[in-house]
Ligand binder design. Structure first.
Ligand SMILES: [Zn+2]
Length: 449
């Protein structure tokens, strides 16, 4: 068992072991002028060629032609020659889990310092693939988010959900069959309680939501139906009753933010929507009627192609392997209907469990080409995901401008890409060669121009 003290020491230790202070506010670049790029703004149907983009501090100051002749572009300005390449907003992952770089079962028995070190490595890896923002939908990523924001580590901005909230025997109840119930026995594992809280009944659910918010969640993640990686809850199970779901939504609304739920089935999703849930994670087994309801109510669908699940080599005879197959078989269903009825799908990967899974997450671009064209996929991964992030209201840690778009006043999260990703989004999969320039928050992390 690990104590909170261990965790605090771990945090301090990670800062001491020689991570260079890479991005302190005092060494912020003054101005960066990116010259001669074809600017795709995150929502338009085409890029505008021959533009210059001036970045000041962490925000985009202006976009136009011939900005280099303006007095603003003085000798202190870093000039980047775009050479006519494409400039796009940084990629946003709407569904990831950065604090589980190994399986949750391994996290439970590992040294927290080891887990934190792997998360740091993954964070850097994702940023260097052009991922500038991620929505973490379960697990304690708030400390890493803060370390990145403060410049102690490099990685995407993170919108943490803190712990998963689950009912007893739900998708977030990761105990083994012989483990005692945490609420009935003293000495529940404080470290794992930062990954999942088991709460039953409206009062416990309300308390769990408040606890997640106290720990820094920007939105709340609830398990509302059966899942693949939890071993003891069948996929068809509906988790949480109407009163429990309403309690969660109310407690989140009191903090002016929202609840998102893990759910695959019509029954689980409709019950969640009835209670005021705004975002559905996964939804692979949904009918057209339910997907139409999500669209008509202005809720969000955050689904994934699960391309990497196909590469996880799960034993097809195991219970987990069988469940995974049912969900993977549903990918075509959810994406196909969403495309048909014009329901936007947030771009996300659900990466967790192993470093190679995060590395493979870039393949989500190519997998989505089965249902969407490159431009649609890029919109999902930038401006559409940014709208989803804005549901956090005053809990949004990044209030200085919009994310996911290129316009004056927006955060300067920018990628310069060789070739035209609007017509071939898979260019972003070969990030090493094709993403020539990576900027987050006005800071340059890669520049091979
Ligand atoms: Zn997930």
């Amino acid at each position: 068992m690990k104590s909170f003290n261990t965790l605090l020491l771990t945090g301090a230790f990670c800062l001491l072991i020689g991570l260079p202070r890479l991005t302190g506010a005092e060494d912020a670049p003054g101005r960066v002028l990116i010259r001669n790029v074809s600017v795709w703004d995150g929502s338009s149907d085409a890029a505008e060629p021959g533009r210059d983009v001036l970045v000041e501090g962490k925000l985009i100051k202006s976009i136009g032609r011939g900005l280099s002749r303006e007095p603003d572009a003085d000798s202190d300005t870093l000039i980047v020659e775009g050479g006519g390449r494409t400039l796009i907003p940084g990629i946003i992952d709407a569904h990831s889990h950065i604090s589980a770089p190994i399986t949750l079962a391994d996290v439970a028995s590992e040294d927290p310092a080891y887990v934190a070190a792997l998360s740091l490595e993954v964070a850097r890896m994702l940023l260097m693939r052009g991922w500038t923002t991620m929505r973490d939908v379960g697990g304690p990523s708030q400390g890493l988010a803060r370390a990145i924001d403060e410049g102690h580590a490099i990685g995407p901005r993170i919108y943490p959900s803190a712990m998963f909230i689950s009912q007893t025997s739900g998708h977030g109840d990761f105990r083994e069959p012989t483990d005692p119930h945490p609420n009935t026995v003293a000495g529940a594992d404080a470290f794992m309680a930062r990954y999942y809280l088991i709460a039953d009944g409206p009062a416990e659910v309300r308390r769990a939501v408040r606890e997640a918010l106290r720990q820094g969640a920007t939105q709340i993640k609830l398990m509302a139906g059966g899942g693949v990686m939890s071993q003891y809850d069948p996929l068809d199970t509906v988790q949480y009753g109407p009163a429990e779901l309403r309690a969660a939504v109310e407690a989140a609304a009191d903090w002016h933010t929202y609840v998102t739920v893990h759910a695959y089935t019509d029954e689980a999703v409709n019950r969640s929507l009835d209670a005021g849930v705004r975002v559905i994670e996964h939804g692979h087994l949904l009918s057209e009627a339910t997907l139409r309801r999500i669209k008509s109510e202005g809720a969000f669908l955050s689904s994934q192609s699960f391309g990497f699940v196909r590469t996880m080599n799960l034993d097809p005879e195991s219970e987990t392997g069988r469940k995974a197959q049912v969900v993977v078989d549903g990918v075509d269903n959810v994406m196909g209907i969403a495309k048909k009825i014009g329901l936007p799908v947030a771009f996300g990967t659900d990466a967790f469990g192993a470093k190679r899974v995060y590395a493979a997450a870039v393949r989500e671009f190519g997998y989505r080409l089965r249902w969407f064209d490159s431009l649609e996929i890029l919109k999902q991964a930038t401006s559409h995901n940014a709208k989803l992030l804005e549901l956090t209201g005053p809990r949004n840690p990044y209030q200085d401008g919009p994310l996911g778009v290129i316009e004056p006043g927006a955060y300067a999260d920018l990628l310069v890409v060789d070739g035209d990703p609007l017509s071939d989004v898979t260019l972003l999969e070969d990030h090493e060669n094709n993403i020539r320039f990576i900027m987050k928050d006005g800071r340059v992390y890669k520049n091979t121009l």
